[in-house]
Design a protein around this ligand. Structure first.
Ligand code: GAR
Length: 196
């Protein structure tokens, strides 16, 4: 069974839905949730579900390389098959990603969900940008992670229709609900397809 480590920086609705799905279906295992923010709600959500939660916070006098090396060290304790980003807000360097390169699939075994129909609106505040774009469709993209900003190979895209007159909060809540619903299922399919 695939074992994963989730990296998250924030509220953790995606992490929670992945953990709940994994526990209900027993098709993959969440070994740990690691956050780069000590106050992130995701840590409590993981603990409440009986999953180990740890923080690796970048210190002021530490370089990106040093921080990432510490992060890799903590991740490796769990010997995961995959790293799953769920609202992890730091860009990971090639130095980090190389630790998880898989020769067979020619990808880093690191997956992310991004709240836009990539290649539209990479980076931060993607729901805001989608909402303000005037486009009739929005959604989210699950993709392999590479060293670019949300540029890795696409795995799956979920499309939603913007509802005439809806406010931003409703628009975003519908998007996040779609993320929470599809991410655990797409991960399950991915782990089966690329099981070693
Ligand atoms: C989600 O919308 C996720 O797609 C986004 O952060 C939110 C985290 O929510 N990620 C990014 O923007 C990454 N570039 P959550 O903490 O409730 O899962």
């Amino acid at each position: 069974m695939a074992k994963i480590v989730i990296l998250a920086s924030g509220s953790g609705s995606n992490a929670e839905s992945i953990i709940r799905y994994a526990q209900a279906h027993n098709t993959y295992q969440v070994a740990s949730v690691i956050s780069d923010k000590s106050e992130a709600l995701v840590l409590q959500r993981a603990k409440n579900l009986g999953v180990e939660a740890e923080t690796v916070v970048k210190t002021k006098d530490e370089s990106k390389v040093q921080f990432e090396d510490r992060l890799v060290h903590v991740i490796e304790k769990y010997q995961p098959d995959w790293i799953v980003l769920a609202g992890f807000m730091k860009l990971l360097s090639k130095n980090f990603l190389m630790n998880f390169y898989d020769q067979k699939i020619k990808q880093f075994k690191v997956v992310n969900i991004h709240p836009s129909l990539l290649p539209l609106f990479p980076g931060k505040e993607a729901y805001e940008q989608s909402f303000n774009s005037g486009l009739a469709e929005y959604g989210c993209t699950i993709h392999f992670v590479d060293e670019g900003m949300d540029t890795g190979k696409m795995i799956y895209q979920e499309r939603l229709k913007k509802i005439e007159g809806e406010d931003f909060e409703t628009f975003k809540a519908r998007g996040l609900a779609a993320e929470n619903r599809i991410y655990p299922i797409i991960l399950e399919k991915l782990f089966v397809e690329f099981s070693s």
